[in-house]
Design a protein around this ligand. Structure first.
Ligand SMILES: C[S@@+](CC[C@H](N)C(=O)[O-])C[C@H]1O[C@@H](n2cnc3c(N)ncnc32)[C@H](O)[C@@H]1O
Length: 397
């Protein structure tokens, strides 16, 4: 930065941003996200080395402040309508008022809460998001473990990241020897946060809008004895509900939801009309043969290739000549630049924490071919092309 040419580039970008802002009213979720990426790009272009240092150096405090305010229910205690004084808010959470003010000041700068008069707070549009249990669960998943990853890298052999029993997350929890999902299911509070967080993420990782499930009507109605969809590692069935909405039902064929027994038959058993709930460990033989569709969403990215092949093998063995395996996962863009969507790269780092990885298109092709599958088509989400459903079939069919 600093040269006249770079300054001119920035002016052009700022003018493009302004033009986009004017032409895209009213903003949609997608256009707002695209504009925010342009703002990030502009900020990156504008900052000098010291600005970059200051920005990065203050970010961790922002996270710490947000985490403390979320954990201490401050977002719930500020009323949705009206205001609350600092002293009253502090007395509700048992903090010293000046301490609370120091945390709130940091987040106010980021548009979280408003301070219409000194020491009086109200919600801003952004801060209301953190009143929602599911939204803040998404925010909080794994927050404390991030601070341990650097120590992990100091204390572990480079190949340890590939072992899910030695993941940075397991290390951060002091529980090496257990996988992320074992730890999740052992801790009801964490499990609750996680499942709510996943449900919140649904609009950003949609099931629909890529592979056209409704186009399966004729094939499924012709052979309704075969399951329409077997959702392997399907969690609490959110994806199946979406598919049935798109199709107006299941075309008369079974819909089978599989996951670990603890997930499906735990404290809050999953019961969804029209869906058969089937506890099943995906490492074992797939009991449902020759389904029209096997579906694996956000499962493969939890593992490196060897483990993925172990999960794919029983599905491949159960598939018939015209069965499809659909994989709902990210396709990692080839490069990361200012102005790109950061989510796929953050998701990749999140997967590193738990013993998995996101994959580029080339990596997907390699993995799936090594499991005896061919990619028929990659259905990308318009507006967020890293979101995809990969349609595969058995090789040779
Ligand atoms: C990231 S979640 C994805 C859930 C769901 N497919 C979705 O898209 O919302 C991964 C799922 O794999 C399940 N899972 C983990 N290990 C499993 C196993 N051995 N057998 C079956 N399911 C398993 C987890 O319980 C979890 O629901």
């Amino acid at each position: 930065m600093g040269s006249l040419a770079a300054g001119n580039d920035l002016i052009v970008e700022a003018e493009e941003l302004l033009a986009a802002l004017k032409s895209q009213q009213p903003l949609t979720r997608e256009s707002r996200a695209a504009l925010l990426r342009q703002v990030d790009k502009l900020r990156c272009g504008l900052q000098g080395p010291a600005d970059a240092m200051r920005f990065q150096g203050t970010f961790n405090m922002f996270t710490a402040a947000m985490n403390a305010l979320v954990e201490h229910r401050v977002f719930d205690l500020v009323p949705l309508d009206g205001t609350i004084g600092l002293n009253e808010l502090a007395s509700k959470i048992g903090w010293e008022p000046t301490v609370l003010a120091r945390f709130v000041n940091v987040v106010l700068i980021q548009g979280i809460f408003e301070e219409p008069e000194p020491r009086v707070y109200k919600h801003s549009a952004s801060s209301t998001a953190f009143r929602d249990d599911a939204l803040r669960s998404y925010y909080r998943i794994g927050v404390p473990s991030w601070w341990k990853v650097s120590d992990y890298l100091k204390t572990h052999a480079p190949e340890d990241v590939y072992d899910p029993l030695k993941s940075p997350f397991s290390y951060a929890c002091g529980a090496e020897g257990k996988t992320y999902y074992q730890l999740l299911e052992e801790d009801p509070a964490f499990s609750d946060v996680w499942h709510k967080g996943m449900a919140q993420a649904a609009p950003f990782n949609p099931v629909l809008g890529m592979f056209p499930f409704r186009d399966m009507k004729e094939a499924v109605e012709t052979a309704p004895d075969r399951a329409f969809v077997v959702d392997v590692g399907g969690g609490r069935g959110n994806a199946m509900i979406d598919m049935m909405q798109e199709c107006g039902g299941s075309f008369g064929a079974p819909m089978v939801l599989q996951d670990m027994k603890e997930v499906l038959e735990g404290e809050d058993p999953v019961r969804i009309e029209g869906i058969e709930v089937m506890p099943h460990d995906f490492h074992n033989e797939q009991p449902v043969k020759n389904a029209h569709i096997y579906y694996l969403r956000k499962v493969m990215h939890n593992y490196y290739d060897d483990k993925c092949r172990a999960i794919l093998r029983p599905i491949v063995e159960a598939m018939g000549p015209d069965s499809r395996l659909l994989i709902g996962d990210l396709i990692l863009p080839e490069s990361a630049r200012p102005g790109n969507d950061v989510l796929p790269f953050c998701s990749d780092l999140r997967m590193l924490m738990i013993g998995g990885t996101e994959r580029s298109e080339a990596q997907w092709k390699q993995l799936l071919e090594s499991a005896g599958l061919v990619i028929v088509k990659i259905w990308r989400l318009p507006g967020a092309p890293h979101e995809a459903t990969i349609e595969t079939r058995l090789r040779g069919n």
